[in-house]
Ligand binder design. Structure first.
Ligand code: HAH
Length: 334
């Protein structure tokens, strides 16, 4: 066998002619799931370690250690790294929005802080991070308003999104810059995201893609709505990435907490859904450049706590023992 040839075939290898296969990792899972990650994934995203509150907890102090470890894991293993995320209303420390005298930071101060944060972080990882979620979740889920009321919007104004993309582009002109959001297939929210991206393009903002988080379930969204969302976003000429996929075994309003393992019916439905999603994704390989899961295996998922406290979920392709679910054979047999 020639040098460099992989002896073990993995999921990402099976999809090498289509798109990258990624997983969110954290400082624990790059240890506890390292073999699984190496075998099956060719892209990673830091679940929390590159968010504002993790990297920049105080104005004059950055904390790079855990993010550096994740960047190192990607470098050591020849994996792609997605950056997540520069500007978001959550997991951002309160000092950012304060003026230090008991008042709120004004527009110029906020813009200066945003610029300096983006420059520092993007420049630090520009050798390995090839794309960034520049702005996360800026759009409302429902109602007339398009932009979510947030401290960024309130303090800077509607152009905060465009400013963030410009700062990121200046810091690394080669990085691909994404707008990322959830409920991205809901027709009402889809149109708001579409209009936002369209107006950014029209005023010359350096945006290159839309991230579809894809926090889905056995029941939602319907396949037709996923296809419509892909078509709609792709019509802007932007690249698309599935950035945070998981397939919850519970319907949105299901609050049951009694299960210690998924039912056979849940696994059957999940397999069917994954199969449908990947058949669809393959059809769009020219616009869809990466499919990232928000975790690598069911032994760790953020959905174990959210939105029902203490309830376990089984939303990923590998089980709690990091063994492939049966759907993996179907996906890899293509
Ligand atoms: C995502 N939000 C975030 O982008 C990601 O950074 C985080 O780790 C998990 C999920 C999804 C979301 C949310 O946080 C709250 C309500 C709905 C959806």
């Amino acid at each position: 066998m020639s040098e460099g040839m992989k002896t073990q075939v993995g999921l990402s290898k099976s999809f090498q002619d289509y798109f990258l296969i990624g997983a969110a990792v954290n400082h624990r899972t790059i240890v506890s799931q390292s073999e699984l990650l190496r075998q099956h994934y060719n892209s990673i995203t830091a679940e929390n370690e590159m968010k504002f509150e993790s990297l920049h907890p105080e104005e004059n102090g950055y904390a790079f250690e855990q993010a550096d470890r994740i960047a190192g894991f990607a470098r050591d293993n020849g994996m792609k790294l997605r950056g997540h995320t520069l500007v978001w209303h959550n997991q951002t420390p309160s000092w950012v929005f304060e003026d230090g005298n008991g008042g709120l930071a004004g527009r110029e101060l906020l813009l200066a802080r945003m610029k300096s944060h983006i420059e520092t972080v993007v420049e630090r990882y520009k050798d390995i991070i090839y794309c960034w979620d520049v702005v996360n979740e800026a759009v409302t889920d429902s109602g007339e308003e398009s932009l979510r009321p947030s401290k960024w919007l309130h303090g800077i104004g509607e152009d905060y999104i465009e400013q963030a993309f410009r700062f990121a582009h200046e810091a690394d002109p080669k990085a691909l810059l994404f707008y990322n959001d959830y409920n991205e297939c809901n027709p009402g929210k889809r149109e708001k995201i579409y209009s936002l991206a369209k107006s950014l393009l029209e005023n010359g903002t350096p945006i290159h893609g839309i991230g579809l988080q894809a926090h889905w379930s056995l029941y939602d969204p319907a396949l037709d709505l996923i296809r419509e969302a892909i078509e709609r976003y792709a019509s802007l000429g932007l690249k698309l990435q599935v950035t945070e996929m998981d397939v919850s075994v519970f319907a949105f309003d299901d609050k049951r907490t009694d299960l210690t393992e998924p039912t056979a019916e849940m696994m059957r439905l999940q397999e069917e859904r994954f199969k449908q999603f990947f058949d669809l994704f393959r059809e769009y390989k020219d616009v869809l450049t990466s499919v990232t899961f928000w975790g690598a295996a069911d032994d760790y998922t953020w959905l174990d706590h959210f939105p029902v406290r203490g309830r376990k979920n089984w939303p990923l392709l590998f089980d709690t023992n990091q063994q492939p679910k049966t759907v993996i054979q179907l996906l890899m047999g293509q």
